[in-house]
Design a protein around this ligand. Structure first.
Ligand SMILES: [Cu+2]
Length: 173
């Protein structure tokens, strides 16, 4: 899998000088979503960072019933530990720890609280802007995609359920 296939919008017109800082995470599904794979890119833009994610192999949406949470749209966050060890197959990726929260905010306003990912026959593409961190702050942290939506309110992690996929953020270029 090469970056080109994912068509990161900034890549082809990067200048040769003053190349903006970039980082990426290759995200891979664990035991609950073995065919999931994708990339998350971070690119310096004026006044902040553009985050661009492209993911395949997400599960289909299923509404919640009783005390079962819905499957999708998918909670999406930066977690504090750069480890994607699977661990317990029923509760994977606990090694990534809790949400990355450098400025001690409630959940919903963590620096690494991202918009949810919507699955379109398993495919999702999302880009958004944030000024909550610099590229170098997130290198070595983990991206987690959850099974259930983030309500941006429940503490400490938005009730987003199990962890489908994980990727460690690396510097790029
Ligand atoms: Cu999370």
């Amino acid at each position: 899998m090469s970056y080109y296939q994912y068509g990161y919008p900034g890549y082809t017109y990067l200048p040769y000088r003053n190349v903006p800082a970039m980082a990426y995470a290759r995200v891979e599904g664990g035991p609950l979503a073995p065919s999931l794979q994708g990339y998350v890119f971070f690119r310096e833009v004026p006044n902040g960072i553009e985050v661009y994610a492209e993911v395949n192999g997400l599960p289909e949406y299923k509404p919640g019933k009783g005390d079962q949470k819905p499957i999708g749209p998918h909670g999406f966050h930066i977690h504090e530990n750069g480890s994607c060890q699977v661990g317990d197959k029923n509760e994977p990726f606990k090694a990534a720890g809790g949400h990355w929260n450098p400025d001690n905010q409630p959940h919903g306003n963590h620096a690494g609280d991202f918009p949810v990912l919507f699955s379109n026959n398993g495919y999702s593409k999302l880009s958004f802007f944030t000024n909550r961190f610099k590229i170098e702050d997130v290198i070595g942290k983990a991206i987690i995609i959850h099974q259930s939506p983030d309500d941006f309110r429940s503490q400490p992690s938005g009730d987003a359920g199990k962890r489908l996929a994980c990727g460690v953020i690396m510097s790029y270029g």
